[in-house]
Structures are given as C-alpha cells and as structure tokens.
Ligand binder design. Sequence first.
Ligand SMILES: [Zn+2]
Length: 327
Amino acid sequence: MDAKSGYRPSAIWRSLVAGKEVLKKGLRHSIGNGRTTGVWTDPLVPSKVPKVLPRPNHIETENEKVHELLAEDGTGWDEGELAARFEEEQGEDRWIWEMDSKGAYYVKTGYRCVMAEFWRQCDLGLDIDDGATMRFWKRLWKLPITSKYKVFMWRSCLGIIPAIEALEHRGMNINEQCGMCNNEPEGVFHALVDCPDLQILWVMAKYDYSSRVYHANILEWLAVEEVEWSDEQLASLAVAIYLVWERRNKKKFASEVIHAEELSQRVERVMDELQTVTFTEDRSKSEPISFEWEKPEYPYTKLNIDAPVQSVCTVRKRPTAAGSYGH
Ligand SMILES: [Zn+2]
C-alpha cells in the first residue's frame, strides 16, 4: 500500500497507484485474532472515512495490538484491559476534532484536511514523481523575475486559476465554452496553453515550446520538460502565461481584444525590462559620460528641479541648538 509511482511509470502502474488512493479511502482493519492490528495506529472503528483512535495521554506505548485487549479465549474484550484505556478522570462529553490525535482543532490541520483531497487530485495520473515536482518548485522560486509571475505559474501548476472548468468542478454551473476559441471547455491547461487561439504565440515565441503537445497539464509539462530549458526560457513562459490570462480577462470582463500575435512582443518587452533590472548591479560601471544640459526632443518638456539641501539642514539644526522646537 505504500508503493510510489516513481519516475515515468507505465500507464498500468500509474493506474494501480491512483486506484490505491481510492482503495485507502474505504479501507479498515477487520479484527480476527487482533495480532496485526494496532489499537492506536490502524483504522479499526467502522466509519465513513477510515480513522485511527486518539490515544489517551496515560497510554504511553503507541504500538499496542488489539489482541492485548481481547479475552484469553479471543471471543470478546477483556473488560479490565479495556477500562484501563479510558482516561482516569473522564470529565464531561465534549466536541473534538477527529483529524487531530488529541482532538484539538488547529487552523493548520483544518486547512490540511480540506486541501488533502485537492492535493491528491493534483498528483493523480500525472507522469511525474514527487522528486521532479520538488526540483521544479525550487527552480521556479529562484527565477530572476518578479514574484507575481512566479506565483501565477505556481497557481497555474496547481490548477488554482478560476478558469470555467475549475469553477464548475467546485460546483458552479456556468455552462460556457472557452471565450477565446468558443469551441472547447475552458480548463486551466486549455486557457493558458492549449487553446487554438494561442498557438501563434507559441510558434512566434523566442524558444521552442513544442513539447506542450505531449502533455495536458501544466505541472506535468514543466516538471518533465524544464530540465531541457534555460532559466530564461522558463521565465519567459511564466511571463507568457501571465499575459495570456490577463488577455483572457480583458476580453471576458472588459471586451478588450488583444491579438495573440501581439502577446509574443509583450512577452519580449517584459523580459527585456526584467533583464535590465536583473543586471542593474553593473550600472555603476556605465555612468553617463556627460552631465551637460541638453534640450529635450519635441514633444517632451524638461523640468529642471534644484533642491537647496544645505539650507534645509541648517534650518533644522538651529532649533536643536536652541533647545526648543516651539517656534
Ligand atoms: Zn479556447
């Protein structure tokens, strides 16, 4: 049950591993002689979701087996042993949070409980293992681009973009096709990469993004293919999908149409600006040669400002010397 999918698993193995997750959801230990079932480590109480009993504070060993609580003839519970598993001071009934071993609710465990299902869905059926995903995340966060592009790429990888299909998965009945091609459902991969309306962007791009056709999920595409790419190629893609989504929203919410051909020029412009920022450490080496006043070109007007720094300092110093700010 603990087998992992590994790197580039076969389709059959991947299906088996995915099926395992579904199986686990309905799996519970059925007690026979009680020798292999842990009292505090295995799900043994019938319930909708398999759950492990919370261990009371005074029971120190985690590895108790069920047979230790059974009568010698194995036909029922040893009531003395059973009673010893209750807290000495039982107190009153109270609400507890099932997902925590001590029954306490924390925002963190609550969040993880809600997200667990979602994270599992993210990984199901993808042709990647956890190691490749981790390598990709690390590389993404180190890219020398503004964090808004990195965060957007991260969200796209996890499918946390309010594309129509993603919203419908969360129970909203929208019933619309992709607004750009009006021909296919708008999933995250479709909206950001695969939409026929976008293909000119990838063809005109400075780098080769043709490997997109072998994948149907952004995280899978990147985690598998990025090893072949330079940082600049990866950064350029992050900028591109950010602008693609911005363009989609401008059309959807403001009826503003931007042609896909224009997008690749925008990507290049943003990349040029980012590179200027990235290389600013070297700016001291290339100071302007002349400080002489130059007449600006039409239609620009030049505003010359001079600030009397020295006199401001003098004014502020004077009250200090007099020991008073009162006038
Ligand atoms: Zn489309």
